[in-house]
Design a protein around this ligand. Structure first.
Ligand code: HEM
Length: 534
């Protein structure tokens, strides 16, 4: 590239047209005014006071002062890459989603991997869930599959999300620990929330310390629906399978790596893509209908459950390749806004109460984080298909209606207009019931799948789970929280429970936990109420 086509800034108006005596583009203010001296403020005499006339200094400092935006309330630390998704075969029988109609069709993609609990500057190898958020820029609008590297979640209802996140983030008085789950508040919440036991087994396993993003699985977690052109629906669970296979580090390696290179996962993704070694995942689905769902002894709306692949094998339907790093981290990775409610025609939601709550939360949080309603005007968030609407104005509006018309219907015969044929139609599912706050009985089994996960692990992996529990719980200072946790483990695997209890110095093992632990105010006070001091 010559100086003449050098692009120093992205975006409208950034063209560089002035060339100075040194052959480089002339430095300008944001208003385009050429700058003569960027080393010294304007002063009254060389040793005198600074002058308010110095608009260049004021603009430069003003802009610097406002560089930060709020970090994500969760998943603050992340790293993204561009790529594409390629469809293997037509899925028209199941879904009318355009991206799944034609074999070989490529859809542009942006993916952001993240940790959940740590702040933006935290280290990569924390024991934590990893976010696996995929934005697919389809011809029918953006589809965001905002998943994790673990197929289940801690809680069954989105109303508990602020509580679980508050408990895992730094404690409000001391602001530590920063990015680890090893503390009383987190384990207190978990021990009072039996529905989290399945997830806890995954989080204590090697899955929570992946070797790199390239060796991780991803999951949509919830049951979604495919809907075909005849408005017939099929339940679907989404899985990303890494071509490189699944690999983790050991805990003592994770601790050392965090000290030596807190950017280990970032560096790995950057280096592999920059050297042409493009990571790849297959998108796989589990497809089933209501009759099949009725044969399970768990509820497909419960996000703390998986459908075991032995019962329902996964079917590969396409591949995701990441082949380009962002040109600017802030513009792309930081400003990207994933939202579970971004679905194209042919993909619909189930009544999973966690998913339903997420569908509210993401749009709401983007408004605050990205500073107004026009974040879809940012290139990373804008659709890559034609789009038209009469939305207008608001802070930083880059697009506004052109001409007289900004409503419809109108008598000027000016579009756009809605299309009952091509537009998004929600599945007309019939629902009925009383308005209640009630957890269904079908969500009540919190231990069976936790046990299945534990016994599915190899002996070394089981030892890692035990070691992780011992390490974590040994950092918990309040004895009753440790006991409560071990009483849950008694319901999962007695050998595991006694190994952990023994290592924690228990003289005798606690009784297995009562699965129906009170979670409502109107029930008996929970035992936690007696724990005030530690
Ligand atoms: C962010 C996944 C549950 C609220 C994220 C991100 C991922 C994710 C991957 C990071 C997106 C990015 O890279 O920018 C999940 C999964 C969940 C779950 C798989 C459960 C299955 C929830 C729930 C809520 C929630 C229940 C709230 C009710 C948020 C918020 C953000 C976020 C507010 C920050 C978004 C932003 O600022 O851009 N989640 N999440 N999540 N999640 Fe979730």
């Amino acid at each position: 590239a010559t100086i003449h086509d050098q692009k120093l800034h992205r975006g409208a108006g950034g063209e560089l047209h002035q060339f100075a005596e040194h052959g480089m583009p002339v430095l300008t203010t944001a208003q385009g005014g050429p700058v003569s001296d960027d080393q010294n403020t304007l002063r009254l005499g060389a040793r005198g006071p600074a002058l308010i006339d110095d608009f260049h200094f004021r603009e430069k400092i003003f802009h610097f002062d406002h560089e930060r935006i709020p970090e994500r309330v969760v998943h603050a630390r992340g790293y993204g890459a561009h790529g594409y998704f390629e469809t293997y075969e037509s899925l028209a029988a199941y879904t009318r989603a355009d991206l799944f109609q034609r074999p070989g069709e490529k859809t542009p993609a942006f993916v952001r991997f993240s940790t959940v609990a740590g702040s933006k500057g935290s280290f990569d190898l924390a024991r934590d869930v990893r976010g696996f958020a995929v934005k697919l820029y389809t011809q029918q609008g953006n589809w965001d599959l905002v998943g994790n590297n673990i197929p289940v979640f801690f809680i069954q209802d989105a109303i508990k999300f602020p509580d679980i996140i508050h408990s895992v983030k730094p404690e409000p008085d001391r602001q530590f620990p920063q990015a680890q789950s090893a503390h009383d508040n987190f384990w207190d919440f978990i021990s009072l929330t039996p529905e989290s036991m399945h997830m806890i087994m995954w989080v204590m396993s090697d899955r929570a310390i992946p070797r790199s993003f390239r060796f991780m699985e991803g999951f949509g977690v919830h049951t979604f629906r495919f809907v075909n052109a005849a408005d017939e629906s099929t339940f679907v669970k989404f899985h990303w399978k890494p071509k490189l296979g699944l690999q983790s580090v050991a805990w003592n390696e994770a601790v050392k790596i965090n000290g030596a290179d807190p950017d280990f996962h970032r560096r790995d993704l950057w280096q592999s893509i920059q050297s042409g070694n493009f990571p790849e995942w297959e998108l796989c689905v589990q497809l089933f209908d209501q009759d099949f769902a009725d044969t399970f002894d768990f509820d497909i709306l419960d996000p703390t459950k998986i459908i075991p692949e032995e019962i329902l094998p996964v079917k590969p339907i396409g591949r995701l390749v990441l082949d380009r790093m962002p040109e600017n981290f802030f513009a792309e990775t930081e400003q990207v806004a994933f939202m579970t409610q971004n679905v194209p025609p042919g993909i619909d939601f189930s009544n999973d109460p966690l998913l339903q709550g997420r569908n509210f939360s993401y749009l709401d949080t983007q408004l605050k984080r990205l500073g107004g309603p026009n974040f879809t005007h940012l290139p990373i968030n804008a659709p890559k298909c034609p789009f038209h609407n009469f939305q207008q104005d608001g802070h930083m509006a880059m697009r506004n209606p052109v001409g007289r018309v900004n409503y419809q219907p109108n008598s000027w015969n000016q579009g756009p207009r809605e299309s009952p044929v091509q537009g998004y139609r929600h599945l007309p599912a019939e629902e009925q019931g009383a308005k209640v706050r009630l957890r269904p009985e079908s969500f009540a089994d919190h231990y069976s799948q936790a046990r299945q996960f534990f016994i599915s692990q190899t002996p070394p992996e089981q030892r890692h789970i035990a070691a992780a529990l011992i390490f974590e719980l040994s950092k918990v200072e309040t004895p009753v929280i440790r006991e409560r946790m071990v009483s849950h483990l008694m319901n999962i695997d007695e050998t595991l429970a006694s190994k952990v209890g023994h290592a924690l110095g228990f003289k005798s093992m606690p009784k297995p936990a009562d699965a129906a632990m009170p979670t409502r105010q109107d029930l008996e006070p929970s035992p936690a109420l007696s724990i005030i001091e530690r």
